[in-house]
Ligand binder design. Sequence first.
Ligand code: SF4
Length: 290
Amino acid sequence: MRDYTYELLELIRLTSTDLPGQVEERLKAALANEAPGSAAQAALETILKNVAMTRKNSTPICQDTGTPIFFIHSAASIDRNELTRQIRTAVTLATKQTYLRPNAVDAITGLNTGNNLGDEFFPTIHFHVSETDELTVDLILKGGGCENVGAQYSLPNDELKANRDLEGVRRAALDAVYQAQGEGCSPGFLGIAIGGDRGTSYLASKEVFLRDPDDKNPDVGLDKLENQITTEANELGIGPMGFGGKSTVLGTKITSTHRLPASFFVTISYMCWAYRRHKMVIKGDKIVYE
Ligand code: SF4
């Protein structure tokens, strides 16, 4: 297959330095909604200044450049080993060029590999086969602080009075936001997966971040719940960075995946305001970044 190493490097640069416009628009709307002179307003102003500066200077949006998570959608004929090699090389180059901070440390010793390459799971690469003549590479840079406040609930949960239904999902999601208290750098976005096993549920809760922030869930019930959770999370008064205020969650996306009758997991992945995601679509000789 063709060598896409430098195109992948550009995808990493873009993702690390250029916050998607839709995320920026939500931050601006949140700023307009906060009380003049409040700590919430000051925090959002600082975030937005930083976003503009890093885009202009092509420098990382945050000092924690996060876990690189790649999602590949391609035809079955793609050479996975070769694409994996190219991605890993691009990650090394991006680290050398300081678009990525060296973030891969040995789980036991804490020793940093220095180039963002760890075992086969770092960077994380998920392959999906589809009937297509396009190769799509989505990249999310998932910050460590927001990863720390992700949570998984096994319903029913007596303490939350959360049963195995959408009301139970709502209770679990709001509890996760309440427990985080703005840690993991609010305001952010919630990715929620209902069902699966523990592992697939976490994966689905992250993959849902690939959805367009402005789209609507095709499931009417889930769409309503997404809006309800965002509204109610903002009524908790936690605010940007936990300083208090009206902006805690800027959007919620929910997905579901089949489960065993014995289990009902609700997994909440939290994405900080630095919602770094971009996409590269390759069709023939044409490469488009979104
Ligand atoms: S949680 Fe996000 S904004 Fe906060 S330090 Fe980590 S990457 Fe940066």
